[in-house]
Design a protein around this ligand. Structure first.
Ligand code: DX5
Ligand code: ZN
Length: 216
């Protein structure tokens, strides 16, 4: 079954605990960490993740859009993250970092910006629990889905099958009622949705409806 991870980037940051509860039934809560260096935007850091992990039973799916994830990722596991995604473009030693995250007991995941191909990283896939294919340029919610990423999703799914891996394939950016079916058809199984969930009148219903669409 498809997993739907609402992104709290589109939530009200003054009411994070309530906003987390508003998406009851979501598989994971997606938390976007931005440092104004790797991406031109700034969001939140370790202390807020610590508080949020105490405030919700939904596991946290951290998406680190930061420089030097080798140094920071382990701190987000300690802060309570169940899954930590680092960008390959920013990591100095992706294999070592993935092993460290796993050794701490969290799921290790690696993200690719739209311009980063999957092929050079085929041999790294067994080190990961999830691969994130960005379907917008990272940095902001509410951007239009990049259809040109669909072939990359398809090729990644083929690599996962070829190596017989239990790897989850996540998409993030512009995922909505009108784009989720295309992503699922291409082979994604974990869907991040920010504006499509928190922009809806009933966020929990939006999660259910996105999941139903992805599963058709
Ligand atoms: C963008 C973030 C996304 C963002 C998605 O850089 O990584 O997680 O919240 O927002 P939507 O779903 O509105 O495109
Ligand atoms: Zn994200």
């Amino acid at each position: 079954m498809a997993q739907i991870n609402p992104s709290i980037l589109s939530a009200d940051f003054a009411r994070l605990a309530e906003e987390a509860k508003a998406v009851d039934g979501a598989d994971w809560l997606h938390v976007d960490v931005m440092d104004n260096h790797f991406v031109p935007n700034l969001t939140l850091g370790v202390p807020i993740v610590e508080s949020l992990s105490r405030a919700t039973d939904t596991p946290l799916d951290l998406h680190l859009m930061i420089e030097d994830p080798d140094r920071w990722a382990p701190q987000y596991v300690e802060a309570g993250a169940g899954s930590v995604t680092f960008h390959v473009e920013a990591a100095a030693a992706p294999v070592r970092l993935a092993r460290e995250i796993r050794a701490q007991g969290a799921r290790a995941s690696m993200a690719l910006k739209p311009g980063t191909p999957i092929e050079p990283y085929e041999d790294l896939l067994p080190e990961l629990d999830m691969l994130l294919i960005m379907t917008v340029e990272p940095g902001f919610g509410g951007q239009a889905f990049l259809d040109i990423m669909l072939p990359k999703i398809r090729r990644t799914r083929e690599l996962i099958s070829k190596h017989d891996l239990e790897l989850w394939l996540q998409v993030d950016g512009g995922v909505s009622e009108s784009t989720i079916e295309r992503c699922a058809e291409a082979g994604a199984d974990v869907f991040v949705a920010g504006s499509a969930v928190y922009g809806a009148a009933d966020p929990a219903a939006a999660v259910r409806s996105l999941r139903a669409k992805a599963d058709t």
